[in-house]
Design a binder for this molecule. Structure first.
Ligand SMILES: O=C(CO)[C@H](O)[C@H](O)COP(=O)(O)O
Length: 218
C-alpha cells in the first residue's frame, strides 16, 4: 500500500471513536482529510465539528458538516488529528501544516485525543522532523536566538502566515530526549505562541497504518 492508502485506512478507522450526536474535534493535514471524507458519510448522526484550521473548516463545510466556534462548545468527546512524528510514549511533533496552536487548543478541550498516522511517523526519539514553533512576528529573531541556546537550528518558514497571523520557525537538529521539559522551556520563551511538541498532552489512542493493517495503541 502507498503512504496515502495507509493514511486513508487510519482516517476511516478513526470513525469508530466518534460518538453519536456529538461535536467532533477535527485536526489538519492529509491524513485528517481522509477522516473528514469518512465523517461526511455519517454526518446525519453527528451534530457537527470544531476545526483546528481554516483549511479543515473549509473541507468540513464543503462536505456539509456544520462547523462550530470552539467558544460555543463546552466539551468534545474526541479530537482526531495526525502527527509529523510520534514516539512510543504517544508524544508528538506536530505543526508541519502550521496549524499547531489551534490543534493544541482543540486537543486540550477534548476528552480523548486519537492520533492517526501511517507507520513512517513512528520514531524512537523525536526531532528528526524539524520542530515547528509559532511565534509573534516581531519576536522572530529574539526567539530564534533563544532556540539556538537550547541547541537547535531555527529556520524561518518563509511565506507562511498562520491562521492566527503569526510566523513559524522550524527547529532543526534537535534530539529530544525529554519532550515534556523541552515543551515547557520553549513555551516559556517570550514571543512564542506555541511549540509543536505535544507531550504534556499526548495522544490517548494511536491508530497506525501498517502494511499489515491498522494497529491500535493506547
Ligand atoms: O500537525 C499537523 C498540521 O499542523 C499535521 O497533523 C501533520 O503535519 C501531519 O500531516 P499529514 O497528515 O499531512 O502527514
Amino acid at each position: 500500500m502507498t503512504q496515502d492508502e495507509l493514511k486513508k485506512a487510519v482516517g476511516w478507522a478513526a470513525l469508530k471513536y466518534v460518538e453519536p450526536d456529538s461535536i467532533v474535534g477535527v485536526g489538519t493535514g492529509s491524513t485528517v482529510n481522509h477522516f473528514i471524507d469518512a465523517l461526511a458519510t455519517i454526518k446525519a448522526n453527528i451534530e457537527g465539528a470544531v476545526s483546528s484550521s481554516e483549511a479543515s473548516a473549509a473541507r468540513l463545510k464543503a462536505a456539509g458538516i456544520p462547523v462550530f466556534d470552539l467558544n460555543a462548545v463546552d466539551s468534545l468527546s474526541v479530537y482526531v488529528d495526525g502527527a509529523d512524528e510520534i514516539n512510543h510514549h504517544n508524544e508528538m511533533i506536530k505543526g508541519g501544516g502550521a496549524a499547531l496552536t489551534r490543534e493544541k487548543i482543540v486537543a486540550a478541550v477534548a476528552k480523548k485525543f486519537v492520533c492517526i498516522v501511517d507507520e513512517s511517523k513512528q520514531v524512537d526519539i523525536l526531532g528528526a522532523f524539524p520542530l515547528p514553533v509559532e511565534v509573534i512576528p516581531m519576536a522572530r529573531s529574539y526567539v530564534a536566538r533563544e532556540l539556538v541556546k537550547l541547541g537547535g537550528d531555527p529556520v524561518y518558514r518563509e511565506g507562511v502566515i498562520t491562521d492566527n497571523g503569526n510566523v513559524i520557525l522550524d527547529v532543526y537538529n534537535l534530539k529530544i530526549l525529554d519532550p515534556k521539559t523541552l515543551e515547557k522551556q520553549i513555551n516559556n520563551i517570550v514571543g512564542v505562541v506555541t511549540v509543536g511538541l505535544f507531550a504534556a498532552r499526548g495522544a490517548d489512542t494511536v491508530l497506525v497504518g501498517t502494511q499489515n493493517g491498522v494497529v491500535t495503541k493506547s
